[in-house]
Design a protein. Sequence first.
Length: 80
Amino acid sequence: MPRYTYRCEVCDSIMDVVHLMKEKLEMCEMCGSDEVKKIPPQLAPKIHREKKTGDEVKQGIKKNKEILEQQKKESRKDYV
């Protein structure tokens, strides 16, 4: 199914919605207003990220490994 971008005229939120071509978003998901407009694909804002998603995942894994190692050391102290 295609993805469409809508903008609410009331709360100015931007929503990406997946639905059939013949369907239309009726209400804003944030404020419930019925004043939503479809944004043409070439005008939809692009999200610029400073970091790549893969880098963020790698950092999260590294951080969790450090926490697990610390918890292992603490649990070993309990059995000694």
